[in-house]
Each structure stands twice: as C-alpha cells, then as structure tokens.
Design a protein around this ligand. Structure first.
Ligand SMILES: Cc1ncc(C[n+]2csc(CCOP(=O)(O)OP(=O)(O)O)c2C)c(N)n1
Length: 390
C-alpha cells in the first residue's frame, strides 16, 4: 500500500499544495503528515460540498488544489459537482475513501449503501475514477494521465480503498484548559436529564452514550453526520411534552450549522442542544475543526435560542442546571478534553439500526414509559405509525 509520505510527494510532483477536506480515519496519517509539512496548506471544510467549492475557488484563483473526503460525504458534494464543476468545467481532483467497499463490515451498516453505490454513481455521472495504486511510481504515472484528462475540464476521483499507512504522528499537545472527558460530560448530562430523549451524533459521542447510559429513549446516529440536531428538532416539535436533548460534536454541529437557525425559528421550548467541543474530529484521528474561531453560544443566541451557556468543568456543568431546565431552545456548549478516544462499541454491534430506531420511536410515542423497549419490532401493535414493524 502506498504511504502517506509517498502520496504527498506525488501531489508535490504535480504542483498541488493546496488541500482541503473533511477527514476519514483511512487518511489520518495523511492529515498527520500535512500538519507537519510546510509544502502544503490545508483548509478544514465544514462539509464535503463546502470543501469541493473551496477547491473550485482555489483553482479559479490559479492554484492547483485537491480535496480529501470520505464517500459517506459524497451526497454533500453532488450539488456543487453537478451544478458547478461539471457545467463550468472545473477539473477538481478528489481523493475519496471507500467506506463499505467492496463490502461493509457487520458493525457499520451506515456505510453499506454508499459502499455499494459510490462507483455506480460516479459511472452514472460520467466521471473518471481510479483506484489508488499500490506504489509511488504507479501513482505518479496515474496523476500524469489524470492531468491529461483534467485538461478537458473533467473532475476526477481517486478512490482510496483502505487505511493509508504512514509514520506515527508527533504527540499532540493537548490543551491544559480542557480537562473534562467526553464520557464524564455525557454521564453528567444523563444524570441531569434522566427522563429526556437523546439523539446523539455519529462517532465517539454515540459510542460513549451507548456504553454509559444506554436506554430505549436514546437514538444513536451512526453516519448522518451533522443531522442529530435536526432529528431532535423534529421529535421535539411533534412531542412538546418530552424534553429532547441533541448531543452534537463541534465537527458535526459545524457541518450543518444552518440547522441552528431552524431551531431558533421554531422556538422549541423542550429542546436542549449540547455541543461537545474538543476542537477536533476526534473519531477520525483528531484532525482540527474550525471550531476554535466559532463561538457556538453567540451563534445560538443570534439564531434565536432563548439561552446559551458555555461550560468547561463538571462543576460548571452542574451549576448550569437551572439554565438547562429553563424554557428552550437552550444551547449548552461544553469544552471537553482533546485526545479522549472512546472505548465503547457502536450500538449497532448489539442491536440492528432499524431495531434501535423503532425502540426509540416506541419510547417517544409512549411519552415516558420505557418498559416496552422493543415494542413494535416483533409485530407488537404499538403506535409505530409510518415506521411500520420490522
Ligand atoms: C458526511 C460525513 N463526512 C465525514 C464523515 C466521517 N466522520 C465520522 S465521525 C467524524 C468526526 C466527528 O467529529 P465531531 O462531531 O467533532 O465529534 P468527535 O469525533 O470529535 O467526538 C467524521 C469526520 C462522516 N461520517 N460523514
């Protein structure tokens, strides 16, 4: 397998030094190297479509640039790909990791559909796509060939089938001002809201919630990055008698930050939006997000949330209780420690995702009774409405 260092040298060879993307753990060694390599500049994009469009802008400005994404974010970039790069003939070069390909792991149902359809979709769109070769020489030759094709203005995709190896990264300097662990913050929130319904964001947040506070009233998103707050808003809107807590990460909240405007507009009194902010995409290897320059509490207030509070210790979290219990929407920004990997398993290793969804629906529709956790799944006539049984 080609190494991170070889991949970057090959990009250097075609004069491509401007990089942009949303991380995937398959590329974590590449990101580690880019952070140390003065030949390259890197822009952390909030989502794949924004990253793709930033690369378009860099190319319009006269620079060679490349995008790094995961195929789960392909949907996010299809719009600027089809309505910008293709008609305007901007030959964006994208490195896309292939999660769920050729087959999805049993514990990763979120990658199954994109794993199966990424290549057919690229073919349907008439886009050149290549599998990342195994050696540096083959990659150099491939990039030369791709450069020829890019001259006619076609965007091209290099598909990365597995984790790219590379030198171990330098140890990170974790900020001393952030000591609260993700797991402790989640346990504290579980204690503060024992009767709430929780919708948690993809990655370590869902794993920690599942490991520490599993209950039928939790919906663990695996994938659908950035959409936990919108799912929670839908539940809160239709079930005003329930308190609903969205557990977001900073990377996930930034991905679809516009959803906060909808929450403020809806003025949902029963919604608490928690952003567990470590300034990193911890679940994919700890790459930085753009959160350091975004004040989530200020954004929330500007969007119409009724209350917003920022905490950084277990004590401050406890002290915020009265605000968290007041009329929402409420934003709780929690500064958590960097470098806190989850040791928990994905919920789908224990219960299938469709079962998890129906268990959550039953808990929401029962309005507080948790004693029939998988009602509806085995054909039990619970009010599952449009979801149906399994
Ligand atoms: C659309 C999309 N792009 C990229 C990914 C890969 N991915 C999975 S988890 C994750 C990081 C989430 O970061 P954050 O919300 O800050 O939470 P943390 O991992 O730091 O707990 C990323 C980038 C994805 N699942 N979906």
């Amino acid at each position: 397998m080609i190494t991170a260092e070889e991949l970057l040298d090959a990009l250097d060879g075609i004069g491509c030094h401007q990089l942009c993307g949303v991380p995937c753990s398959y590329l974590s060694r590449v990101y580690d190297r880019v952070a140390d390599d003065t030949r390259f500049s890197y822009v952390p994009a909030v989502h794949e479509g924004a990253g793709f469009s930033t690369v378009v802008g860099m190319m319009l400005a006269g620079d060679e640039a490349a995008l790094f994404v995961q195929n789960s974010g392909f949907g996010n970039l299809v719009n600027p790909l089809t309505s910008l790069a293709l008609p305007y003939r901007i030959p964006v070069l994208t490195f896309m990791t292939m999660r769920g390909w050729p087959t999805a792991d049993a514990g990763e149902p979120q990658h199954e559909v994109m794993g199966r359809t990424t290549i057919p979709l690229l073919e349907q769109l008439g886009l050149p796509h290549y599998l990342l070769p195994g050696t540096a020489t083959d990659l150099e030759q491939m990039l030369m060939r791709i450069q020829e094709e890019r001259r006619i203005g076609l965007p091209s995709f290099i598909l990365v089938p597995s984790r790219i190896p590379g030198d171990k990264p330098h140890p990170r300097n974790a900020s001393e001002t952030r000591s609260l662990q993700r797991g402790d913050a989640i346990t504290g929130l579980g204690r503060l809201f024992p009767d709430a319904r929780f919708v948690s964001s993809t990655g370590y947040i869902s794993r920690d919630l599942f490991a520490q506070c599993d209950q039928p009233g939790n919906l663990y998103l695996q994938g659908a990055m950035g959409h936990a707050i919108s799912v929670a808003a839908g539940v809160a809107l239709r079930r005003p008698e329930l308190r609903v807590v969205a557990l977001d990460g900073d990377g996930s909240a930034l991905m679809h930050l516009g959803a906060m405007s909808t929450v403020g507009h809806l003025k949902l009194p029963n919604l608490v939006h928690v952003v567990l902010d470590n300034g990193r995409y911890e679940s994919t290897g700890g790459q930085i997000t753009s959160a350091a320059s975004t004040q989530f509490s200020e954004v929330a207030k500007a969007c119409g949330y009724l209350h917003a509070v920022s905490v950084g210790t277990a004590k401050e979290l406890q002290a915020a209780e009265p605000i968290l219990r007041s009329r929402g929407p409420v934003l709780l920004h929690v500064r958590i420690a960097e470098n806190s990997p989850s040791t928990g398993a994905r919920a789908s290793t224990t219960l299938a995702t469709d079962v998890l969804a129906r268990r959550f629906a039953a808990s929401v529709q029962d309005g507080g009774s948790h004693d029939n956790p998988i009602a509806g799944v085995a054909g039990n006539p619970v009010r599952l409405g449009p979801l149906g049984g399994r």
